[in-house]
Structure formats: C-alpha cells, structure tokens
Design a protein around this ligand. Structure first.
Ligand code: UD1
Ligand code: MG
Length: 446
C-alpha cells in the first residue's frame, strides 16, 4: 500500500515536473515573443518616421496649404488615412487567423532549421491593407465631394476628378483581387507577369488627360528642332507607355521580395518619396485653382492612405514576420504606386524612385525569361549554426540573379534583419538620388 502510494506520488511528482518544465518553456517562449514584438514595433515605427519625416518637414516649412479649401482637403485626407491605418491594424489579426485556418500559409524559408522556421506563417496580409485602402479611397471621395460642394466648385470639375479617382480605384481593386487569386491558386509565372496588364486597363480606357510630352533639350538640339517646338503629342503611344509602366511597377515589387519587411518597407519608402515630391511641387508651384492644386494634391490623396495601410502592415511583417504580405500586397502596392505616378504626371521621377526594382528586374531577365534556370524561390541560404544568410545558386556555376543575392555577395553574409535594412538603405539612397537628379537636370533636360 505504502509502496503503491509512494510510486503514485513519484509518478505525480514526475508529471508535475514535466508540467513545470513545459510551463517554464512556454513562459520563456512568451517572453521571447514579447521581446520580438517590441523590437518589430520599434523598427517599423522608426522606418515609418524616417520615410514620412522629409515630406512632413517640407510641408511644415512651406507653411501648410494656402487656401481654406485645400486645408480642408488635406485635413480630410489625413483623417481618412489615420482611419485606414486603424482599420488595417484591426483587420490584420483576423485575416491572419482566417488564412491560417484555410491553410493559406508558408514557412519562413530564411529561418529553416530553427523553431521560427517550423511555424506556419499566415499569407495574404495585403488583403487587410488593400481592403482598408479601398474603403479609405471611397470615404475620401465622399469627403472631397462635400468639401468641393461647400467651397462652390463646379460640378464638371468635381466629376472629372471623381472619374480619375474611380479609375484608380478600379485598377487597384482589380489588382488586389488578382493578387489574392494568385495567393489562393499559386498561378504559373507567365500568368503572374501578364495579370497586371488586364488590371491596368480601367486606367487607360478612362484616361482623358494629355498625351503630350515635353521633348528633352538635348533631343531638341540633336534633331535641330525650331525653338517653338518644345513638345509633341504622341497619342496612343503615351497610353502604351502608361500601360507598360504600370505593368512594370506591379511586377517589380513582387520579384524584389522574400525577406521579412522588404516588400512593405520598399513600398513605404517610395510612398514617402512621392509625398515629398508632391509637397515640394505644391510649395514651388502653388496652383491658383481653389480647393485643388491639380495633379499634386490628387497624388497626395492617393498616396497618404497607402502609406498608412503599409505602415500598419509593416508592424506585423517586419522581422520576425507574424504575417506574410502575400502577392495580394505586392501587386496592390506596385499598382498603386504606378497609378499614382502616371496620374500625378511624374512617371520619369517615379522610375528613379524605382531604381532598385529596375536594377533587380534588368538583372533578373535571364532567369525571368528562362535563359538561366529560375528556381521557385530565389531566397538566400540560411545557416542555422551562425544565423547568417548566404548567397544562393541558380545552377551549379551561377548565383541567383537578383539584388538580394548580389548584396550578400558584395557585402558578405549577414542576418535577415540586417540584409533587409541594407536593401532598404539602398532604396532610401535611390530616392534621395532621384531628388538630386531632378534638381540637377532642371533646365538642362527639359
Ligand atoms: C517571388 C520571387 C521568388 C521569391 C518569392 C518570395 C522571382 C521570379 N520570384 O516569387 O524568387 O522567393 O517572391 O516572396 O523573383 N517567404 C519567406 N519570407 C518572406 C516572404 C516570403 O520565406 O519574408 C516565402 C514564404 O514561404 C512564402 C513565400 O515566400 O510562403 C511566398 O512566395 P510567393 O510570393 O508566392 O512567390 P512569388 O511571388 O511567386
Ligand atoms: Mg510574391
């Protein structure tokens, strides 16, 4: 009897010990997760502040909007964007839980061999950002209508403005849908590349703006054109150029991807640069038109909610990701930035902002067009012993031809967080270079 009781007690004690060990390890995991949550949040906030600071400083030094109508418009855009940010933060945990329940998840390949690499990370975080963005654009249109009516602007002006905004919304909505289809069905690569071509059509079919382009001064001199000929109407060719630009932007973010925070981080920095460009343009060339200052305010209204939703996504997607952005986000982001650049009439500067994506695309072409073997993923190789990433191979003799691999080859192996920070620093520098180039070429190029 005594022996049995002792054995039972011993067994009970063993169970207790195992329970305590389990609890301790759970508590340790919980502490670790809380530390990473805090670090992820701090990093994402710092990146958001860095990306927005130049535009905010430029707006403050310009003294804000000049007339009451423009001030009301900017205030409504800021409030709507804040709402979009809050909505994305609210939707992300739900989207994550639902996609995980539907098995729409992926393994974090840059952590293979560690506990973080064993867990399933939900896909399609972009769905939360995209939906919040679509709601924000619609709300913004409502605010704009009321403000314009209040300040007595003509109905035809308001309708022309709404047409452009609705065509942007159609393209972005179409792209979010196709991106989500890709996340669900995992479409073949050739289908992925042409998808944005269809999504961009609403923009082209309702485009009523100019198709005239300024001829660069060196070209005018080379062709010995008369002094009066400064521009040329290229008609359908302009639409073709717009189409190619939007298709390029949509695909380029998707192939400069695969590190925690890289997709959302690059989009956030480009959006910050677009905001700065528009604020500077408005400050240097204020329109006399009441309420709207044409393309620049329009571009700010499309970009500010995008910045807000992306920042919210980044707070979940930065290293170590709690959710992947999915193709829903990469296509949504590329399409939004492409549409903003085209409708805002600064496509050349946009291409300078997209310098890392252009380089990555050009460098990738042999793999994209199957001249060199292209594996399903062109991600680095993770060494679980050191925690460092190493360049990956496409074939036995060739490295993968993308910026991620090139940076590892140029600057040596590093952690995923550092590699992403290096690539984002390059994105910052490219945007800064775009402003310097614009300044230097004013009067020389056009
Ligand atoms: C594109 C790239 C591919 C890259 C992939 C990563 C080309 C031609 N294709 O393919 O090389 O590997 O994006 O997004 O350049 N993942 C991570 N960590 C991340 C983000 C994603 O491990 O931070 C992995 C996850 O397993 C996730 C998967 O990538 O499930 C998503 O890949 P997907 O977006 O479907 O790849 P593609 O867009 O087809
Ligand atoms: Mg992708």
């Amino acid at each position: 009897m005594t022996t049995t009781t002792t054995t039972r007690r011993a067994r009970g004690g063993g169970r207790e010990d195992a329970k305590t060990t389990r609890e301790r390890s759970r508590a340790r995991d919980g502490d670790e997760a809380a530390t990473w949550d805090a670090r992820r949040d701090a990093d994402a906030r710092a990146l958001g502040a860095l990306a927005l600071a130049p535009a905010a400083a430029a707006a403050a030094s310009a003294g804000g909007a000049s007339d009451a109508g423009a001030r009301a418009c900017v205030a409504s855009a800021a409030i709507v964007s804040w709402g979009a940010y809050a909505l994305t933060m609210r939707l992300l945990p739900t989207v994550g839980a639902k996609t995980l329940a539907r098995n729409m998840s992926g393994y974090d390949l840059n952590k293979k061999g560690t506990a973080l690499g064993e867990r399933r990370v939900p896909e399609s975080g972009g769905l939360a950002a995209g939906c919040a963005y679509a709601v924000a654009l619609t709300m913004q249109q409502l605010c704009q209508r009321v403000i314009r009516w209040w300040f007595g602007q003509s109905a035809s002006g308001t309708n022309a403005w709404a047409l452009e905004q609705n065509s942007a919304l159609a393209c972005v909505g179409f792209m979010i849908f196709l991106g989500f289809v890709d996340d669900v069905l995992d479409l073949p690569w050739r289908v992925k590349i042409i998808m944005p071509g269809f999504a961009a059509l609403p923009l082209l079919l309702s485009y009523s703006g100019g198709t005239t382009v300024l001829i660069p001064s060196p070209v005018r001199a080379m062709l010995e054109l008369p002094a009066g000929v400064r521009s040329v109407d290229i008609g359908p060719l302009y639409l073709c150029y717009m189409w190619l630009l939007v298709v390029f932007c949509s695909n380029s973010i998707n192939i400069h991807a695969g590190l925690n925070g890289l997709e959302a981080g690059q989009s956030l920095i480009i959006a910050g640069a677009i905001l700065l460009l528009n604020v500077l343009s408005l400050a240097n060339d204020p329109s006399t038109e009441p309420v709207t200052a044409g393309a620049h305010l329009f571009s700010i209204f499309l970009t500010l909610p995008f910045f807000a939703t992306t920042l919210a996504l980044l707070r979940h997607n930065w290293y170590p990701s709690k959710i992947f952005v999915g193709d829903t986000y990469t296509y949504f982001a590329g399409m939004t930035l492409g549409v903003v650049g085209t409708l805002g009439h600064f496509s050349e500067t946009l291409l300078l902002f997209f310098l890392p994506q252009v380089l990555n695309f050009v460098y990738s072409t042999p793999q994209l067009f199957k001249i060199v073997h292209c594996p399903r993923h062109r991600l680095p190789i993770f060494d679980p012993k050191t925690g460092l990433l190493h360049p990956s191979m496409a074939t036995e003799t060739r490295y993968n031809m993308n910026l991620v691999t090139l940076f590892l080859r140029l600057f040596g192996p590093c952690t995923e967080r550092v590699l992403c920070a290096r690539l984002l620093a390059f994105q910052f520098l490219s945007c800064a270079f775009a402003f310097v180039a614009r300044h230097a070429l004013t009067g020389v190029w056009k």
